[in-house]
Design a protein around this ligand. Structure first.
Ligand code: ATP
Ligand code: MG
Length: 227
């Protein structure tokens, strides 16, 4: 699935250079479930952005199924992203004026899916995360946990190969946190996704089978950490 070689990301501001990622090597297999943790500013979100083709490395290769994302044109990269990669963020990033169903449908627009099929697939995805009764609700009419489930449905409706989650439970209270983790866990198993998640939650990190830690842009991976 993913092969990262010497991935480096430098941000330069005036005379200051930040090494957000500093020579990261990482292999991620199909169907893997990788948890990423580390101190704030360590480079976790930057790594996720590289994996998701949201940004390009300063140096190195980010290969997804044989294609180096760093070398793709913007148009090709957008295509790879919209077909293969689902994102879930800490702030749910829903469009406030669209219903749950319409928010989920937005993921299918760039894929050229027709209106009727879009509607059906969005309803199906929302049902699979337990929101079949909330299709017509606006984000403001839902709890945080429900909004995050809409975001998960939006990430998964296109049937991506990869799900990237950046602190998906960061804005939620404890009970909702467990609920969202259960949904993500179930989706990973049911859909055969490759699931990569950044979390500050040490309970989740402890249970991870593969745990990556990033400090000052340097990555270490512990296998079978939770076994
Ligand atoms: N667009 C940017 N411009 C300049 N510096 C940046 C930019 N994005 C990130 N950085 C810097 O890169 C480093 C890594 O940032 P990153 O967001 O990846 O950390 P993080 O591990 O996700 O932290 P957090 O846990 O707080 O989310 C930080 O020092 C940050 O200030
Ligand atoms: Mg971050």
């Amino acid at each position: 699935m993913y092969e990262l070689r010497n991935v480096t990301k430098r941000y330069t501001r005036g005379k200051d250079t930040v090494h957000a990622l500093d020579g990261v090597d990482l292999s991620i297999a199909d169907g893997d479930r990788l948890v990423i943790q580390g101190p704030t500013g360590g480079g976790k979100s930057t790594l996720l952005q590289m994996l998701g083709g949201l940004d390009r490395p300063t140096d190195g290769e980010v290969t997804l199924d044989g294609t180096d994302l760093a070398k793709l044109s913007e148009a090709r990269l957008t295509k790879v992203r919209s077909e293969n990669i689902g994102f879930v963020f800490q702030s749910f990033n829903l469009i406030p004026t669209l219903t749950a169903q319409e928010n989920v449908e937005t993921a299918l627009v760039p894929l050229g899916v027709k209106t009727k099929e879009r509607r059906e697939r969005a309803a199906e995805a929302l049902t699979s995360v337990g929101l079949g009764e909330r299709l017509g609700h606006l984000p403001g009419e839902m709890s945080g946990g429900q909004q995050q489930r809409v975001a998960i449905a939006r990430a998964l409706v296109k049937q991506p190969k990869v799900l990237l989650a950046d602190e998906p439970t960061g804005n939620l209270d404890e009970s909702m946190r467990d609920e969202i983790m259960d949904v993500l866990e179930r989706m990973w198993k049911e859909l055969g996704l490759t699931f990569i998640m950044v979390t500050h939650d040490s309970a989740i990190a402890k249970k991870a089978l593969r745990l990556a830690t990033i400090r000052k842009g340097k990555l270490t991976v512990k296998e079978n950490a939770g076994a």
